[in-house]
Design a protein around this ligand. Structure first.
Ligand SMILES: Nc1ncnc2c1ncn2[C@@H]1O[C@H](COP(=O)(O)OP(=O)(O)OP(=O)(O)O)[C@@H](O)[C@H]1O
Length: 317
């Protein structure tokens, strides 16, 4: 069992709306983030990611449930562990007319970090060469990287990033992704909240998916996608008959038009054998790339329909 850096049990947050109704933002959430690597915290807009993060950081009070950071119960023991946690939740306040480096130096003074740590942080986030530019001249992506650099000054073991690519263009997204990857490789545990799945899939080792404040699935990215294997088959002559043969062989098959079938299986030989035995020859067989995006959309769609009552069982603990 790997050591858990973040752990919540039955975490719940209810808000009162102005009309006095109850809104459940986080519904009895069990979160388990293992040490090391980049952990995606995924969910559609309004699913409770920010609220969960705010509770973990002592910025919002849970309605009920328990939370631990590095094994310490929070918020009670937050003062003991907060020095090991860096977080970018809201836009930090930098002085627009000061250079990036000057901004970081001022911050470093307040937390007792040295100038060498400022230079190291600038380098980690890829801002070397631009650190003497004024903050106000920075692009959104550079500002976001500077915010991450600021959290690195205290050399955190855990970095919590809430939607760090929000509002960025593709180049900016890639810059942040590279920064996060570098941090993960350096042994920092990163909790990365996002709804941009394709981006997350490229950097995350594990992920938790939530919908309406509830856990939908959790595990390594590889495990999450394992049950999602499919192949695309092209049968030029009689796709309808081929679909019947595959169904009779117990394979779930969908016609996609143009002689193409999608077959849900992780064993391509079961497709070729069934078709060959029926005298049907396929002209193409290719794996459908399983991606977190498709998995996520499927899961959250089921959730909206109310059919995903139990979280998908993908354990990594
Ligand atoms: N202070 C508040 N008062 C009332 N409702 C709130 C408050 N903060 C959040 N909520 C509600 O709680 C739910 C979860 O919001 P939250 O911001 O945690 O979601 P999120 O997953 O971070 O979304 P996004 O991806 O849009 O940032 C939403 O329905 C939101 O409207």
């Amino acid at each position: 069992m790997s050591e858990l850096v973040i752990e919540t049990e039955g975490l719940r947050k209810e808000f009162r709306t102005r009309r006095g109704a109850r809104r459940v933002a986080v519904a009895d959430l069990d979160l388990a983030v293992p040490r090391g690597g980049v952990h995606g915290f995924l969910g559609p807009n309004g699913s409770g990611k920010t609220t969960t993060i705010r509770m973990l950081l002592g910025l919002a009070r849970p309605t009920r449930g328990s939370m631990r950071l590095f094994g310490e119960p929070v918020p009670r023991r937050l003062p003991v562990v907060i020095g090991r946690v860096g977080a970018v939740v809201e836009s930090p306040k930098f002085s627009p007319n000061l250079t990036a480096r000057r901004n970081l130096l001022l911050l470093a003074r307040t937390i007792g970090a040295g100038d060498d740590q400022v230079d190291a942080a600038v380098e980690t986030v890829g801002l070397t060469g631009r650190e003497r530019d004024r903050y106000k001249s920075f692009s959104l992506g550079m500002k976001q990287r500077l915010a991450i650099a600021a959290t690195l000054l205290k050399d955190p073991d855990l970095l919590i990033l809430d939607e760090p690519t929000n509002g960025l263009d593709p180049a900016g997204i890639r810059e942040i992704r590279d920064t996060i990857r570098t941090l993960g490789e350096r042994g920092v545990t990163v909790l990365l909240s996002s709804h941009i799945l394709a981006e997350v899939q490229q950097v995350c080792t594990s992920a938790t998916i939530i919908g309406n404040g509830r856990l939908l699935a959790s595990g390594t990215v590889a495990d999450l996608l394992a049950g999602d294997a499919a192949f695309r088959v092209r049968v030029p002559d009689d796709p309808a008959r081929a679909a019947g043969v595959l169904a009779a062989a117990g394979l779930s098959t969908t016609a996609e038009g143009d002689g193409q079938l999608r077959v849900e299986t992780d064993r391509p030989e079961s497709i070729t054998r069934a078709l060959a035995e029926a005298g049907i020859w396929l002209s193409e067989l290719s794996p459908v790339r399983a991606d977190l995006e498709a998995f996520f959309l499927d899961l959250t769609a089921q959730d909206r329909l109310g059919t995903a009552a139990a979280p998908a069982e993908v354990g990594t603990r």
